[in-house]
Design a protein around this ligand. Sequence first.
Ligand SMILES: [Mg+2]
Length: 337
Amino acid sequence: MTPQLSDILASLRVVSLPLVTRFRGVDHREAALIEGPEGWAEFSPFLEYGDEEAATWLSAAVDFAWQPQPEARRTAIPVNATMPAVAADRVPDVLARYDGCRTVKVKVAEPGQSLDEDVARVRAVRAAMGPEGRIRVDANGGWNVDEAEHAAHALSEFDLEYLEQPCATVDELAELRERLHRWDLPIAADESVRKAQDPIAVARAGAADLIVVKAQPLGGVRRALEIVAEAGLPAVVSSALDTSIGLSQGAALAAALPELDFDCGLGTASLLAADVVRDPLLPRGGVIPVGRLTPDPALLDQHAASPERRQWWLERIERCYAVLAGRGEPEVPASTR
Ligand SMILES: [Mg+2]
């Protein structure tokens, strides 16, 4: 069933949630929430994304709210802590927000920061986690191949689980993977999957050891499952600073994956200072539960975006819906651009 635009907009709520710490250059997270016959879903492409890209996120939201989801194979998802590019002395404070997480993803290669700051941050995480902790770093494509190789060496003493998107392009990832192969440091592709014309290209090129998949940018749980199957690589499910509603979409994807060998980036409710559900999906004992969530009306009111911002999101949804209609089927886009 394909909803009309008016069906989607009828339930629209737009919120602006304060963040615990600045992330991706913002201190509030705006998100649109919609309700369909199956429940609530989130539409929250970052503000700077164009309509072509954002339309695929809308497809994911519509699919989640209007369609039954693939069968869950598990009821709880192990999640990682996420360490923003903070100063090393703030590391213990951030980790304290994640209950029982054995894995930490550390942001590195932040514009304006140095490798020394990255090393200090990772060192502080290793000190806090002890030898049993698992540490992965995410450069968001911020290094060239030489910088990435240099950083990998500088970080080698911390026994990394993998390097996430060290370089921007598939060719660079492939070259780096070749160079690092000797000492067995896996490379994960994130942006090369979710922002690529062809999400499978990175796997075909042999440029990654595993892929990061996200329910919203890939067009929904079903489409993300197809991409994982086509890629034939281990997958880590992650999120994009979602509210707990968006995290429930990620949890549905993680729950449906045939194999789940890595802790998932679905613990990011801890980065929000407020949420839309009474019992946010904060990690407890290192896991979050699987299942649909319903926003609390009082919280939706309390954190409602301004009328101007609501109108901005409403018009964005109208434009994205038109993009999806142009692709054929609103709930299943022809491709994941
Ligand atoms: Mg990433």
